[in-house]
Ligand binder design. Structure first.
Ligand code: G3P
Length: 294
């Protein structure tokens, strides 16, 4: 059962509906799910097809993605399900928007993921104007989060998420949890229309500290949610302290939320790398049998 003092919404980060079922059974609730091309590429249906020497066309894989999110959506009809557009470094905003509109029609509770890049923000700005719910992913800086806020001004709460990726910052020696704290603090000065969705969670402490920091949503991989459920859904108490294990502090900037989104510096190498990797994982499924892949 949901702990009475848990305000944060808990999402599963994954692409396998069987795991969704298992988590709902174990926790007694689930508020939503996030998917991405890498997670879909790892699902048993895809792996088994490739192992048998099968191939996918880009249409097959798109249809497979749609079937997966339909199954997930039916399991959490009152939750939110994030679906990510295909975006490599050359994909233009119009194309992202076209895909986003199509994906939004797949299920009633879709939230469309666009990268927190120049083209992704152009697409997101248009998307919210035409009534789509969005999730700006691959966010690694407070400036990117400020730009998401500015690009989606006027949207109602619940329609816009921003996903800061903490584990990938930790991986290179920066304390990803500082980014959550900085963005949550910055948004407190705003109108509340963007919700912080902590992503790239790698361990229980990321989960507990993000709850303590007041992240609106946290998306958590299956194994970690399972561990949390099996331990009886522990909550961080007043005495909870996060051990940053010597990771470098990410300083909080005094960001002004009233600028135009184009006036923020949204460049970040991990956003670029993330887009390259997601598109590579997607493309690796198309046209090649498993044995032919490296
Ligand atoms: O929600 C984003 C997540 O799937 C990325 O996680 O572990 O690849 O950084 P990770």
């Amino acid at each position: 059962m949901r702990p009475h003092n848990l305000k944060t919404r808990i999402f599963l980060d994954g692409g396998n509906p069987d795991e969704t079922k298992e988590i709902i059974k174990l926790l007694g609730f689930l508020d939503g799910q996030t998917t991405n091309p890498t997670l879909i590429a790892k699902t048993p249906g895809v792996r088994e097809h490739l192992e048998r020497g099968g191939r996918f066309t880009s249409e097959d894989i798109y249809n497979y993605y749609r079937d997966v999110v339909k199954k997930i959506s039916a399991l959490i009809p009152r939750g939110s399900v994030s679906i990510e557009v295909y975006a490599d470094l050359s994909t233009k905003a119009d194309e992202m928007l076209r895909q986003g509109r199509e994906m939004f029609s797949w299920i009633p509770n879709a939230q469309i993921k666009f990268p927190a890049s120049q083209e992704g923000l152009i697409a997101a700005e248009q998307a919210v104007k035409s009534g789509l719910r969005v999730n700006l992913t691959l966010c690694f800086t407070q400036e990117q989060a400020a730009a998401v806020y500015a690009a989606t001004r006027g949207a109602k709460r619940g329609d816009v998420f921003v996903s800061p990726f903490i584990g990938r910052l930790d991986d290179r020696g920066e304390n990803g949890m500082d980014l959550i704290s900085n963005i949550v603090g910055m948004y407190r000065k705003g109108d509340g229309h963007v919700e912080v969705l902590t992503a790239s969670v790698r361990n229980m402490d990321h989960l507990l500290y993000a709850i303590k920091l007041g992240s609106d949503i946290i998306t958590v991989p299956f194994e970690i949610l399972k561990e949390w459920g099996e331990k009886g859904l522990p909550m961080p108490g007043d005495d909870y302290r996060y051990d940053s294990k010597g990771l470098r502090t990410i300083p909080c900037k005094d960001s002004d939320l009233s600028k135009k989104w184009q006036d923020y510096d949204i460049s970040h190498d991990l956003t670029v790398k993330g887009m390259e990797n997601f598109s590579k994982d997607w493309n690796s499924l198309i046209g090649q049998p498993a044995g032919a892949r490296t």
